[in-house]
Ligand binder design. Structure first.
Ligand SMILES: Nc1nc2c(ncn2[C@@H]2O[C@H](COP(=O)(O)OP(=O)(O)OP(=O)(O)O)[C@@H](O)[C@H]2O)c(=O)[nH]1
Ligand SMILES: [Mg+2]
Length: 426
């Protein structure tokens, strides 16, 4: 007899909070992104709600009445979970379940779930495991509180009245910490091996593709190197790093890497756990920052990527801004015209049609050969030139002193003549 296995797709309501009316549009875009995350994780979105309020409700994040109302609506469409577009504290998650009988998860848990499913290499799997364990640590209570209830314990800490659940939590916490320690040493071992491999190709310049998830990094990587890294219209298709040699011109090769994409409000733990995978970013001589120009939120995405680059201390590496998917803009390409003016140092390409790829390769070559870091001292009356430097160079630091403004910046040789007289000899 044939058995039909019905795949049960979890159904969810998505919830965001808006504390300031001016942020409403941004919150809506963020909820749309959460819906894409849910879809990637195999969860169907049944409704999206934003609650406007003046401050966060400490115990349940959103208000009691709002939760009751949501619960009724969820029952009507048989939605099983509530996904919050922000990080819920362990207590808030617990309270929502206990007081309203609603299973609530947050953005972080959803991202962790996707990372869990998409990790392919041993390194990425270990990194995801660490992030999961760190996420679990403060939330263990949820799993064991039933022990206290069953034994009628008051659950108060200390002495003989201490509940079974509480003891179990401590044991578990110790086990989890030991596990994290073990995985960390395994990762250190893998990283050491990688360093040895890298030393052998030290004299080759390294270029790394970075950018928001789904911006087209892997598509460009495959196009340039002939590799077949997985490309998907889903978030976080790539979770590991791949490196390939690429010939810029005859006899002149670089190493190009494709790596995991970033997203706004990327959980700190996750970034910290991905040190080994993100090592390709830190080791690069040049970063190629890919942006999806067809996404209405792309300027916010640039900012989100810059925040993560700063977090992993890669913000001082010279970079090229590349707007991708220009083929998706409508006929008049108004946004392209605006961005050419607004980001004059950027390159606008299509990784699919190949438009402007040659121009990008030339730019990569120029940047690798020609840019270096310079120390400059600008007299106060040269403010205009200093403002221009922000445009044609990459300002790393700025210090106001008695003599003028001390600046450290990455400057292309072509532009150097504009500020040459202010270079400080070291
Ligand atoms: N129209 C168009 N689509 C593109 C272009 N580049 C990438 N895409 C599509 O965008 C989606 C995401 O592409 P990927 O290359 O997987 O993006 P990614 O930046 O590697 O994404 P993650 O690995 O998930 O961070 C896929 O459906 C691609 O086919 C482009 O230039 N034009
Ligand atoms: Mg990718």
């Amino acid at each position: 007899m044939e058995t039909i296995i019905e795949k049960i797709i979890p159904k969810a309501f998505l919830v965001g909070v808006c504390l300031n009316k001016r942020d409403l549009e941004q919150k809506e875009l963020s909820l749309d992104e959460l819906e894409r995350l849910a879809d990637t994780a195999g969860i169907e979105t049944k409704g999206k709600f934003i609650q406007s309020r003046s401050k966060i409700e400490k115990s349940t994040y959103v208000g009691k009445g709002f939760l009751e109302d949501l619960k009724a609506k969820m029952e009507m469409v048989q939605a099983d979970i509530l996904i919050f577009d922000n990080e819920l504290s362990p207590t808030q998650g617990r309270n929502i379940l206990k007081r309203h009988e609603i299973e609530a998860i947050d953005r972080t848990e959803l991202i962790l779930d996707i990372f869990h499913d998409h990790a392919r290499t041993k390194e990425a799997k270990l990194e995801v495991k660490i992030a999961e364990l760190k996420y679990q640590l403060p939330r263990l209570k949820k799993l064991w509180s039933h022990l206290d209830r069953e034994r009628g314990s008051s659950g108060s800490a200390g002495g003989a009245s201490r509940g079974m659940g509480e003891k179990q939590i401590e044991v578990d916490k110790r086990i989890i910490r030991q596990e994290i320690g073990k995985i960390n040493s395994e990762l250190t071992h893998i990283m050491k091996q990688k360093i040895t491999q890298r030393k052998q190709r030290e004299n080759v310049k390294k270029v790394c593709l970075v950018g928001y998830t789904n911006s087209g990094k892997s598509t460009l990587f495959n196009k340039l190197t002939g590799a077949d890294v997985l490309v998907e219209d889903k978030l976080f298709a790539t979770l590991d790093s791949t490196a390939r040699s690429l010939e810029l011109e005859k006899g002149k090769s670089i190493i190009l890497s494709d790596t995991v994409g970033f997203i706004s409000s990327l959980p700190g733990n996750l970034v910290a756990s991905f040190r080994a995978t993100l090592k390709d970013v830190n080791d690069a001589d040049l970063l190629v920052h890919i942006v999806d120009i067809s996404d209405d939120n792309c300027e916010e995405q640039i900012k989100a990527v810059d925040i993560v680059l700063k977090e992993i201390e890669a913000h001082e590496i010279p970079s090229i801004l590349v707007f991708n998917k220009v083929d998706r803009l409508s006929e008049h390409r108004v946004r392209e015209e605006i961005f050419v003016d607004k980001y004059p140092r950027s390159v606008i390409i299509s990784a699919v049609t190949g438009e402007n790829i040659e121009k990008l390769l030339k730019k990569i070559d120029d940047m690798l050969n020609l840019s270096s870091v310079y120390k400059l001292l600008f007299p106060f009356e040269e403010q205009k030139l200093l403002a221009q430097l922000h445009d044609f160079g990459k300002v790393l630091s700025k210090d106001f002193t008695d003599e003028g403004v001390e600046v450290e910046a990455v400057i292309n040789k072509e532009d150097l003549k504009k500020v040459e007289k202010y270079i400080v000899k070291t």
